[in-house]
Design a protein around this ligand. Structure first.
Ligand SMILES: NC(=O)c1ccc[n+]([C@@H]2O[C@H](COP(=O)([O-])OP(=O)(O)OC[C@H]3O[C@@H](n4cnc5c(N)ncnc54)[C@H](O)[C@@H]3O)[C@@H](O)[C@H]2O)c1
Length: 344
């Protein structure tokens, strides 16, 4: 079992490996208490029984809560239903919420834990590649409002993250690709071994997850509340998100991020900041995982991006620019400058 420490106050560990469930649960310091495992309708029939048994064996009083899978459930209503379940089961501050699922479950259960009785412990148990390498670490939790994604939320760090790679055995192909899209982002941010592993086919997977989590951990440690450095994690997200909106959400998030990263890499080449061989590496990564390398209608995407960020439309935006693989930086640009930067 691999351990990555996230050095915040308080610090917590991310445990990664195959079949690590019992060992990771054994590391939870809060004992003799209740846990409520929150999950979704896809994960429940596949993995919930195993998780319940593991907590049961470890001496916890276990209950479960499941909601309909999908982003459409990431609402205030689902969040309140989780809170009501905690209240009904008389959870107190010494008890624990467990988020068993992808980023949707992690965000909702994390937010419920952040706010119930002004905050109780949450254990993140990610079951998608995206949640293992990204959303389960760093403490961002929340739900969507009609006006936009993740508009209601809180920073609430987990007490522990258990990334059991066995969960991924049932992950559908499309969800793998979403994780790989975010993985390409990490490869561009961190470079080095992470980029090499992805180029060679993410074997061993445990090391790949470890490297992504370690990169995210060191960014979050320097900027817990996204005042600066943490914005790096948004590489490719401005135009990626615009692409998601433009497609009416038929292009999945991770696929859109992969395209957003590609556009930023091409823009960096044009700006003379990325070498041609580095762009080639990014393109090869994308080709290897069957992401499409076609250009996009940038004007169209810019319009969507601007509408999406209308609150600060006049003040400009923070742009994550590539200056090399493993060397990215956040720059403040006006929309006009951003438009010029990304247009070929
Ligand atoms: N908090 C953060 O820092 C952060 C970071 C990135 C993304 N997010 C959020 O994460 C969400 C996306 O996460 P996601 O891609 O994991 O989506 P998701 O949680 O919707 O999971 C994707 C699909 O896979 C299913 N699934 C999950 N695990 C499975 C398994 N092991 N086997 C079979 N099916 C499984 C789910 O039921 C769902 O249908 C978005 O809401 C996004 O806003 C949060």
């Amino acid at each position: 079992m691999t351990e990555v420490e996230v050095r915040l106050m308080p610090a917590y560990k991310v445990y990664i490996g195959r079949g690590i469930l019992d060992e990771a649960i054994g590391k939870i310091c809060q004992k003799d208490c209740k846990v409520m495992v929150v999950t979704d309708s896809n994960v429940a029939p596949l993995h919930l029984a195993r998780v319940v048994k593991a907590f049961d064996r470890a001496g916890y009083k276990v209950s479960t809560f499941s909601f309909e899978a999908g982003e459409a459930s990431k609402t205030v209503e689902t969040y309140l239903a989780v809170i009501e379940a905690l209240r009904y089961r008389r959870f107190s501050r010494k008890d624990i919420v467990v988020a068993l699922g992808g980023g949707v479950v992690g965000d909702i259960a994390g937010f419920a834990a952040a706010t119930y009785m002004r905050g109780i412990s949450v254990v993140q148990m990610p079951t998608t590649l995206l949640a293992m390498i990204d959303s389960s670490v760093g403490g961002k939790t929340g739900v969507d409002l009609a006006g936009g994604k993740n508009l209601l939320g809180a920073f609430h760090q987990p007490i522990l993250v258990a990334a059991d790679l066995d969960f991924l055995d049932t992950l559908p192909e499309a969800e793998w690709r979403c994780g790989i899209g975010e993985g390409i982002k990490y490869a561009c941010l961190a470079g080095g071994e992470l980029e090499k592993l992805l180029a060679e086919g993410i074997e061993p997977l445990e090391r790949f997850v470890e490297l992504c989590v370690s990169y995210k951990a060191q960014v979050v440690e320097q900027d817990q509340f996204e005042g600066g450095k943490r914005m790096l994690l948004n590489l490719g997200h401005t135009l990626g998100h615009a692409l998601e909106c433009a497609s009416g959400y038929t292009v999945p998030h991770g696929v859109a991020v992969a395209k957003g990263v590609l556009i930023m890499a091409r823009a960096a080449l044009k700006a003379g900041e990325l070498r041609r061989d580095e762009l080639k590496k990014v393109e090869e990564l994308e080709r290897k995982y069957s992401f499409d390398l076609e250009g996009e209608d940038i004007d169209d995407l810019l319009e969507f991006a601007r509408a999406d960020k209308k609150a600060d439309a006049d003040e400009g935006i923070n742009v994550v620019c590539m200056r090399g693989i493993g060397n990215c930086a956040v720059r403040r640009m006006s929309w006009a400058q951003f438009g010029e930067y990304v247009k070929a």
